[in-house]
Design a protein around this ligand. Structure first.
Ligand code: ZN
Length: 298
């Protein structure tokens, strides 16, 4: 039986608007924008050598805009603004519809410093995100036609059932409403049999995509048919609108989209857009999200 038929759904939905903020770990201090270490790089351009520029290279490499082969380590060359970095920066600016200046300008930094999903926008140099609308993962991985009842299970016995489960149920209902998928929760003891495995982790956690503390990477997920959704256990999650928390419901809706095969949309309003600032809620699929999932599962 899917969640749409569960009698306590109304209670769940009500709880999403009334639950207080939940804090997993240490409190947040300082500026609200993550990736603040990029700020001193403002105005940098090709030909210059600027202390800390290697951090920008690592950022662009992490999200698929720059080949790691062009990110030198351990030498002064790390901080040189070469043609590879300019090309990567222009691609980033093109992708996010910024002024394609090739210069580390304020608008570019502002977007880079916004909390975001850890799933890259590009994979191995192939397009995954550029465009004007929704995209799918390269190769269009999807659940097979005979697989429409998706079981999900928590990866940890101490999974934060109190707020995470209602939020995931809410998110599953949203995707289920525009597809034929039904979602079923499994207890921790049965999570090995789950189609979608969901967990909270801090720092390195075995998948080569380490989390980085609060206000940076919020989560990441993999597409079908080996679907995982991981959330940063150091994040200050909330389920009510607050400038001091990131809305778990919105991020769960986004990451669940990845587990169905959705990539990062270039529509800023879309749930599948890569970034989401603190205090912002995106709890409804946009037409772009709906068009994308219906294209994958007609
Ligand atoms: Zn994402």
């Amino acid at each position: 039986m899917g969640y749409l038929q569960k009698p306590f759904l109304l209670l769940v939905l009500l709880s999403l608007t009334t639950l207080p903020c939940f804090v997993f770990c240490r409190p947040i201090e300082g500026h609200r924008r993550p990736f603040k270490y990029l700020q001193p790089l403002e105005g940098s351009r090709i030909g210059e050598t600027v202390t800390g520029l290697h951090k920008l290279k690592n950022y662009l490499a992490r999200f698929g805009y720059l080949d790691y082969a062009h990110v030198a380590t351990g030498t002064g060359k790390d901080d040189h603004f070469d043609s590879h970095l300019e090309s990567a920066l222009k691609l980033y600016q093109t992708t996010y519809k910024l002024n394609v200046s090739g210069v580390v300008d304020d608008a570019t930094l502002d977007l880079m410093m916004t909390p975001r999903c850890g799933v890259p926008d590009f994979f191995n140099g192939s397009e995954a995100g550029i465009g004007t609308q929704w995209v799918h993962f390269p190769g269009n991985p999807k659940w097979p036609a005979n697989k429409r009842n998706l079981k999900w299970g928590p990866l940890q016995a101490d999974f934060p059932y109190d707020f995470a489960v209602p939020s995931i149920i809410f998110a599953a209902q949203k995707w289920g409403a525009v597809t034929s998928f039904l979602f079923e929760e499994l207890p921790f003891e049965q999570h090995l049999g789950a189609d979608i495995k969901i967990g909270f982790f801090k720092g390195p956690h075995g998948d080569y995509q380490s989390f980085d503390g609060p206000r940076h990477i919020l989560g990441h997920a993999t597409p079908p048919t080996v679907a995982f959704a991981h959330f940063d256990g150091d994040e200050k999650w909330g389920v009510s609108q607050s400038d001091d928390t990131v809305d778990f419901v919105s991020v769960a809706l986004h990451e669940l989209g990845h587990t169905l095969g959705m990539g990062h949309s270039m529509v800023p309003e879309a749930v599948m857009f890569a970034t989401i600032p603190y205090g912002v809620q995106k709890r409804d699929l946009t037409q772009d999200d709906i068009d994308g999932i219906k294209n994958l599962y007609p």
